[in-house]
Design a protein around this ligand. Structure first.
Ligand SMILES: [Zn+2]
Length: 88
């Protein structure tokens, strides 16, 4: 349950996405909320931890690892090629 960063209340409701910044942050798990407390009325973005997002981040980290591995193998390959060229 999200809590209000201003008054620590859990009495929040989802707010409509406004502007480009909020639209861009939405796919990254950020959601707009409005505090229902009459004395607070805070509105802003809060980061949501959804299972699908975690899976996506997991896959992304795997992809980065694979890319790093592929790059390392390429570098090793080129180095081996240069070494073989120098030896012969
Ligand atoms: Zn509040």
């Amino acid at each position: 349950m999200p809590t209000c960063p201003k008054c620590n209340s859990t009495n929040l409701r989802r707010s409509h996405t406004r502007g480009l910044r909020e639209r861009l942050l939405k796919p990254l798990g950020w959601r707009a909320f409005r505090c229902r407390e009459k004395t607070c009325r805070w509105r802003g973005l809060l980061k949501m931890e959804s299972p699908s997002l975690k899976l996506w981040e997991y896959l992304k980290s795997k992809k980065v690892m694979l890319l790093a591995l592929a790059t390392a193998l390429c570098v090793i390959g080129v180095f081996t090629g240069i070494l073989l060229y120098l030896i012969h």
